[in-house]
Write a protein that binds this ligand. Structure first.
Ligand code: SAH
Length: 317
């Protein structure tokens, strides 16, 4: 039987990019409450000021599995453990692996000790903040680490994101032993994007060795990138203005920003004329086949056919 007074607890703590100012209050509380802190030495150094009498277990990056197992075992034995990740623990961090270890040990949320996930500011948000507003339109994150993911999977995702015009944050772009991945990523992006596409390299955001560089897709392979860098690649609309990377939200599709008036054919607070309803009306009226429309809009023919069939049914109703 587990006595609640001796019951352990596991905090999965994301400490944000580095400095204490960008750590949440709950992360600080979790660290203060814990009797054992487990993490990579770099992250433990970042929270050193918060350590009082907690036991501190340092480990190196390659010992992630050991760290997760140790955290689970100690919590099972009644300790209050804070497992520290940089950024957010759920974003290429320790959380996923730890849940796998937990479930394998027979732990369930109903019967096991409490596990609390403490969200943190992930690198793409902190790095973006330092260079302007590059993520103001659809974006995605891709890790270039092939330690656990086959390269064709990574390459397909890079290709899809590049083709779909996402702003992309590349995590784990390079390490001592992995230098080519970033070059291949650049090559794939150049198949879809202009060589002058703005790119930001943000290294050690909010840490003492912070380094920012704005460059272009064409130049990416000639710039310094390390395992402490997040690479932000703009979409086709992203531009650099006065040293800031800005991705437009799309306001100019609808508004004249100076006069704050709407452009012809658009209404404030309503979907664009090319939004879903407007687009449906256009393709219905145009009389093109599903195959032609699929080609024109880069969408699956099955989808177009289904949309047209629905529209026909609605008209008949
Ligand atoms: N859990 C972390 C990500 C861990 S993966 C998070 O949510 O941010 C490690 C990668 O994260 C690094 O290779 C780098 O690409 C990125 N990263 C983490 N902290 C960073 C920081 N302070 N500055 C720049 N990049 C960072």
């Amino acid at each position: 039987m587990t006595d609640s007074s001796t019951r352990g607890k596991l905090f999965l703590v994301g400490i944000g990019p580095g400095g204490e100012a960008h750590m949440t209050a709950r992360a600080r509380e979790a660290i203060a409450t814990a009797d054992t802190l487990i993490g990579h030495a770099t992250y433990l150094r970042l929270v050193a000021d918060l350590v009082t009498d907690q036991e501190v277990v340092r480990s190196s990056m390659t010992e992630e599995l050991d760290r997760a197992v140790m955290a689970v075992e100690l919590a099972q034995a009644g300790r209050t453990v804070a497992l520290i990740s940089s950024g957010d623990s759920g974003v290429y961090g320790m959380a996923g692996l730890t849940y796998e270890v937990l479930f394998q040990s027979g732990w369930t949320p109903e019967t096991g000790f409490p596990v609390e996930m403490v969200p943190g500011v992930t690198a793409l948000a902190s790095c973006a903040a330092l260079v302007g507003a590059p993520l103001s339109h659809d974006f995605c994150a891709i890790s270039l680490s092939d330690l656990l993911t086959p390269w064709p999977v990574i390459a397909r995702r890079l290709n899809a994101a590049a083709a779909a015009d996402f702003v992309v944050a590349l995590y784990n772009p390079k390490s001592g032993r992995r230098a080519r991945q970033i070059v291949e990523a650049q090559r794939l992006f150049l198949c879809h994007r202009h060589p002058e596409t703005p790119v930001a390299l943000v290294q050690s955001a909010y840490r003492p060795r912070q380094r920012l560089e704005l460059t272009t897709l064409a130049e990416l392979d000639r710039r310094e990138v390390s395992m402490l860098t997040t690479v932000l690649i703009g979409n086709s609309q992203t531009r650099i203005e006065h040293g800031l990377l800005i991705t437009p939200r799309g306001y100019t599709n609808k508004y004249d920003l100076r006069g704050r008036t709407t452009v012809d054919g658009e209404r404030g607070g309503h979907s664009l004329s090319s939004g879903l309803d407007g687009w449906l009306a256009t393709i219905r009226a145009g009389g093109e086949s599903a195959a032609e429309l699929a080609q024109r809009y880069g969408l699956p023919e099955d989808y177009i056919a289904a949309v047209l069939a629905c529209a026909d049914a609605a008209i008949e109703d």
